[in-house]
Unconditional design. Structure first.
Length: 304
């Protein structure tokens, strides 16, 4: 039983990471109908911003002596600026393009970002000792819970609550919800599309920066493609949760995290190498039963 609860805690912590990534993807998709696969590279940018640009295998922390709040602010600003730059330089010029064109453009942005990091930092994976003090275990009865997992879950729920309050009770949050319902009609009633989309990219970038700090603290290593698996599973979470529905994206993120952790824990050892195949088979079953996702967006329901 102790082992089961330990696995549950691990699953919720992993699901929290996927939920944050899925929120960033779902927020952009809800307004712009853009499946932004470059979101994973925003996470990678946030991780690499921690170290001094160098092609050597050894990584030197750029902000190692900074306070936690200063480090968080610096990484958030860097990722936010990169996210806004991708909108200004690429996606702003494709506002009237089809979702397929936007998705291909996001792949192009991802490829360019990865190669820019490759030129600046080299292809070698790098080890990073960042905030190692939170990698301690706390005893809760007979459970041994890593402090970082508790921080990850707490940060995720805090950000979800703040985003919910922002979308419900602020002027720009209400405009973003209106744009997600019907972008053209929202523009007719005075919503400034570029501002709303830019704000969505900014929030998405801040979520990516948060994932960067949590993920690199947990993994302790950097690679150019480290954001790709995260964005892949987060995209699956968005699909099974309901495209365009932020609550569905969060539910899907936690569901994927729980599914992957439990499969890793309880599959026979000779089948654990096929964990992802079992997970995607489950996704197929969910979509066969609920093609629009577990919690479809209202505009998706109307189209169906």
């Amino acid at each position: 039983m102790i082992s089961f609860f330990q696995n549950v805690i691990d699953a919720v912590a992993l699901g929290s990471i996927y939920a944050l990534v899925a929120l960033g993807i779902g927020l952009i998709f809800g307004i712009l109908r853009l499946i932004n696969f470059a979101h994973g590279d925003m996470i990678t940018v946030g991780c690499y911003a921690l170290i001094v640009p160098s092609t050597d295998a050894a990584a030197q922390l750029l902000i190692g002596s900074w306070t936690p709040l200063a480090a968080i602010a610096a990484i958030a600003i860097i990722v936010l600026l990169v996210a806004l730059s991708t909108d200004a330089l690429v996606f702003k010029h494709l506002r009237r393009a089809s979702p397929t064109t936007l998705m291909i453009a996001s792949f192009a942005v991802s490829y360019v970002t990865q190669n820019a990091l490759l030129m600046a930092y080299g292809a070698r994976a790098k080890g990073v000792d960042f905030w190692s003090g939170v990698n301690v275990q706390i005893a809760i009865g007979e459970l041994r819970v890593p402090l970082l997992q508790l921080i990850t879950v707490a940060v995720t729920f805090a950000l979800m609550m703040l985003l919910n309050l922002f979308l419900r009770y602020t002027r720009y949050g209400i405009q973003m919800r209106a744009a997600a319902e019907d972008f053209r009609m929202a523009q007719y009633i005075g919503v400034r599309g570029n501002i709303v989309i830019g704000l969505a990219f900014a929030i998405s970038g801040m979520l990516a920066a948060t994932v960067s700090l949590l993920y690199v603290t947990q993994s302790g290593s950097l690679s150019i493609t480290m954001g790709v698996p995260l964005v892949l599973f987060a995209f699956v979470a968005v699909v099974i949760g309901g495209m365009g529905n932020l609550l569905g994206s969060v539910v899907g993120g936690f569901l994927i995290g729980i599914l992957l952790t439990m499969l890793q824990a309880y599959l026979p050892p000779d089948l654990r190498a096929f964990r992802d195949a079992f997970a995607f088979a489950f996704v197929i079953l969910v979509l066969l039963v609920r093609p629009a996702g577990l919690i479809p967006a209202r505009n998706t329901i109307e189209r169906v």
